[in-house]
Design a protein around this ligand. Structure first.
Ligand code: GLU
Length: 296
């Protein structure tokens, strides 16, 4: 059975780009008699607001979208994230990091690092300042709280068998990548590095929670924007480390404004709520994002 989801973060209104993603996923699920689920990605309590969540749910309903189970809320899932972090800690695949953004930028541009920081899917590739501060065996002690935890990418890759890191792309990446997408260990080491799996100010991180939630919601196909294509190899790696299945991925193009810029959440003129107020209908929204009229 085909199972997909839409996973908004309630940090702003639903805009045209989100509406496209949600409608596409909903159409694809309904088209094959599959399931469509919702997930509220609200782990970052400093940026999420209940008003945004209520508005997003209202806008989705207005667009004609129905979901087949109560929405999964990430803020209810902290024990699951903590258990996964505990396991990675015991295996010494994560380590505490105390660096600020400024520390990272300074260390990554130091002359011995070559001067030019390498940028990965999460920004500057972590230069490794905190990586080896603990002695081997540290995983037998308790996992620290209130500090960022990073994946030790090299150790994580070394811990895997030699089955390739691979996923099936049924849409397309930003450069038209489609079909079987394989990522080399070298590409992850050099181009991604030690990503954050738990933040100092909240438990978990986007990469960790998305992987655990997609598995718990039995998602068979993740449908989302191409801006997340580069993050997908990280998710495939985490699935392997945590013995979770890898779903198919369907990345779609991003809805841009008239000048070709990506729509940002701040761009309230393109918020669905504003378009509704200005007289748009669900059909005009579908037409505007290039989707065919809804089947009745
Ligand atoms: N919450 C993410 C966003 O709003 C989507 C994550 C995903 O679909 O994997 O951009």
């Amino acid at each position: 059975m085909f199972v997909t989801r839409f996973a908004p973060s309630p940090t702003g209104p639903l805009h045209l780009g989100h509406a496209y993603s949600a409608l596409l996923a909903h159409d694809m699920a309904r088209g094959v008699g599959g399931r469509f689920l919702l997930r509220i990605e609200d782990i970052d309590a400093t940026r999420c607001r209940p008003e945004w969540e209520a508005q997003i749910l209202d806008d989705l309903g207005w667009l004609g979208i129905t979901w087949d189970a109560p929405p999964l809320r990430q803020s209810d899932r902290l024990p699951t994230y903590a258990a996964a972090l505990d396991e990675l800690w015991r295996r010494e695949l994560i380590y505490p990091c105390h660096c600020t953004r400024r520390d990272i930028a300074a260390a990554a541009s130091a002359p011995q690092e070559g001067g030019d920081p390498v940028i990965g899917p999460d920004g500057i590739i972590y230069p490794g300042t905190c990586r080896d501060l603990l002695s081997p065996g540290y995983g037998r002690g308790p996992r620290p709280d209130g500090t960022a935890l990073r994946l030790n990418m090299a150790r994580a890759l070394d811990s895997l068998d030699d089955h390739p890191l691979i996923f099936t792309e049924t849409g397309a990446g930003p450069d038209g990548e489609t079909g079987q997408i394989q990522t080399s260990a070298q590409a992850l080491r050099a181009g991604v590095g030690d990503v954050v799996l738990s933040r100092r100010d909240f438990l978990g991180s986007y990469h960790l929670s998305v992987v655990l939630d997609d598995a718990d919601q039995d998602i068979t196909c993740v449908i989302r924007g191409q801006d997340l294509f580069e993050a997908t190899p990280i998710h495939v790696l985490l699935q392997r480390l945590l013995s979770l299945p890898t779903p198919a991925y369907h990345h779609h193009s991003l809805i841009r404004d008239d000048s070709g810029k990506r729509l940002a959440k701040r761009d309230n003129a393109r918020a669905i709520a504003a378009l509704r107020d200005a007289g748009a209908t669900p059909e005009t929204i579908r037409a505007r994002v290039g989707l065919p009229a809804a089947q009745s």
